[in-house]
Design a protein around this ligand. Structure first.
Ligand code: ADP
Length: 600
């Protein structure tokens, strides 16, 4: 029920279209009901039954007597034309309103879908990093694609079921009761039985369809992971393994959806058979009433037509019930995502941009990922003074990235503290905190866009001269100019069209342009050939100059001159010092140096 109100609050924004669509639905229902008695005069003329009607003293209704007079004044042919014209007119109006009701619904449907998608995407951008390690990407994609579609379908069904179907059903049944209460009672009893049988089928369909939705989510996740990891998959010859994994998900979905299809397939023949049985019973009983002069034949035709008008909206009830339930479940899933995460986000306590003046102090920092039992940082303390180049060295898994992620506020500090000058970072608004930092990560993050846009990523007020300048500092300008479209070259998904070194230099150019107060560098030159490595290394040296930097060092050459090297292992700081000192006091550091500087 909560989901229903949530949805209603979204509809509020499209009040006008909503009201217009409902008005048209009401008019559509009215003309649907009117279309029933309009066919009576046609049959009267066709079967030449007007004189008979004339002989009955009290005419059955106003419309009949109107046509009776018409026939006498205009003649049979003319009357037939007028009657046919009336039928066409009523159906024209009925269908005009049917079209208009859908017409006004379009901005509402598409608008709500757009609104939810936008909100979800904004949310995805705002969610804390921790959320992404605990949730599956496939699920998040399902929310913004499939679930949003279900909400849309449920809106249409809801409007139909509330504002159209009941009016048509009440109007048609009202007419049926007016014509023959006996026959109506008979038909309704049969109908209830049919609805009961079909209702049972759709209930189990609903349960299984939730399962199918979940399994489709698994497929999306696997495809997403496989495509984004295609290089690794190919590199490890794991195509077959991955295909098997996908095969299992695919098979699971196939089984569930097959069961659903069998039931769905059953429901149509079953409902047709039940339907035709009901109609035959109606024909049988109705004809008996005609034989016994309890019912006029032409009225019986109108009765059958009224009955036919009831079937579709009655059927739509069970379908709508199922779709609305599905839609509400989707609204719930979407809303859960919307509310849950605001709690975990950094609160905007102070959003003024901060100026880094003196130092970053890390005091007794311990950290544990929420989905992990192990402490990944244990009582870590050190200070980064303004202008210093501080390097983090240690084996993979030592906790180096976790420290930089905590400094950038990607995760909340749990134990201990990180202070930037006098501010505790938990109290700094996320945007102003992050505006301090520039990040060059181990795996260059690029987007399927032009080189220019990739370099000026996140920066609004810049010009091409600054971009070219940044590219020159990053040793990227020359290779960019050799590309066919220069700075306008689209670099492909994740920069696929560029070499590893070129990609890395673009991210360095991005950092140069961003000109952060503090640079965080997850140095990765190990994957590059020596030519690229030299260019990247050279670019890095330029960008590190005179800047506060935290470098996760994979190669010692960059950090030999660091002001402070922090040697870490297993979440603990083993030693802090300069290159020469550490060589003597830290066996681990000595080992790295002796291994010619190649670390993890
Ligand atoms: P390093 O950068 O030194 O290689 P990390 O800081 O990346 O080390 O990782 C430290 C430990 O934390 C590792 O054991 C790693 O498995 C774990 N870890 C890293 N990120 C997450 C995460 N998002 N969720 C759970 N555990 C994580």
């Amino acid at each position: 029920m909560k989901a229903f109100w949530k949805l209603l609050s979204r509809i509020k924004k499209y009040k006008l279209q909503f009201v217009l669509s409902i008005v048209c639905n009401v008019l559509l229902s009215i003309f649907t009901v009117i279309s029933i008695p309009v066919i009576i005069p046609f049959f009267q003329i066709l079967f030449d039954r007007v004189p008979d009607v004339m002989s009955i003293q009290s005419a059955p209704d106003g419309l009949t007597s109107y046509f009776k007079n018409l026939i006498y004044s205009q003649g049979k042919d003319q009357a037939l034309l007028i009657v046919c014209g009336m039928i066409v007119l009523v159906f024209l109006l009925k269908n005009l309103f049917r079209f208009l009701s859908l017409y006004f619904l379009v901005p509402l449907r598409t608008g709500i879908v757009r609104d939810i998608r936008k909100e979800l995407f904004d949310k995805y951008m705002a969610l804390p990093m921790a959320y992404y390690s605990e949730h599956r990407i496939g699920d998040l994609i399902s929310r913004i694609t499939l679930d949003v579609q279900e909400v849309e379908v449920s809106i249409i069904n809801m409007i139909q079921v509330i504002f159209k179907a009941p009016l048509i059903i009440i109007g048609s049944i009202g007419y049926m009761v007016y014509v023959s209460p006996k026959l109506t009672l008979f038909v309704i009893a049969l109908l209830l039985f049919t609805i009961f049988v079909i209702g049972g089928i759709s209930k189990t369909l609903k349960q299984r369809s939730n399962l199918a939705q979940q399994k489709l989510g698994n497929i999306t996740t696997t495809v997403e992971e496989s495509i984004s990891g295609i290089r690794i998959i190919k590199a490890f010859n794991a195509e077959t393994d991955q295909a098997k994994r996908f095969g299992r998900e695919n098979e699971g979905y196939k089984k569930t959806i097959s069961a659903i299809m069998h039931r769905q397939n059953l429901s149509s023949p079953l409902s047709e058979f039940l339907g035709i049985s009901v109609v035959t019973a109606l024909l049988w009983y109705g004809s008996k009433l005609v034989f016994s002069n309890d019912l006029l034949p032409e009225t019986f035709f109108a009765f059958i037509f009224a009955f036919y008008q009831v079937i579709e909206p009655a059927k739509s009830f069970s379908r709508a019930y199922y779709n609305i339930q599905k839609g509400m479940a989707a609204v719930d899933r979407i809303e859960n995502l919307m509310i849950q995460e605001t709690k975990q986000m950094l609160k905007p306590i102070d959003s003024t941009p901060i100026d880094f003046k003196n130092h970053i102090k890390i005091k007794n920092l311990s950290y544990q990922y929420t989905n992990d039992e192990k402490q990944v940082l244990k009582d870590v303390s050190f200070t980064i003074n303004k202008g210093e180049l501080v390097a983090l060295v240690g084996p993979s898994g030592a906790g180096k990235t976790t420290i930089t992620d905590l400094i950038m506020g990607f995760y909340d500090v749990q134990d201990g503290a990180i202070n930037i000058d006098d501010l505790v970072i938990n109290n700094i608004e996320a945007h102003s905190l992050r505006s301090l930092f520039g990040l060059v990560s181990q795996h260059p993050i690029l987007f399927n866009d032009t080189i220019e846009n990739n370099i000026k990523f996140g920066i609004n007020n810049t010009n091409i001269h600054d971009i070219i300048n940044a590219a020159k500092i990053a040793n990227a300008h020359d290779f960019i100019m050799q590309l066919k479209d220069g700075y306008q070259t689209i670099i492909g998904d994740k920069g696929m069209k560029l070499s590893g070194g070129q990609r890395q230099r673009l991210t360095i150019a991005r950092a140069v342009l961003y000109n952060p107060q503090i640079l965080i560098l997850d140095e990765a030159t190990s994957a590059l050939d020596s030519e690229s490595e030299k260019l990247v290394q050279d670019a890095l040296t330029k960008i590190l100059l005179n800047r506060t930097s935290i470098v996760i060092a994979h190669r010692l050459s960059t950090i030999k001159n660091a002001d402070k090297i922090i040697v870490m292992d297993d979440g603990k700081v083993l030693a802090i010092g300069k290159h020469e000192e550490l060589y003597h006091i830290s066996p681990l550091y000595q080992k790295y140096v002796d291994m010619q500087g190649v670390i993890s």
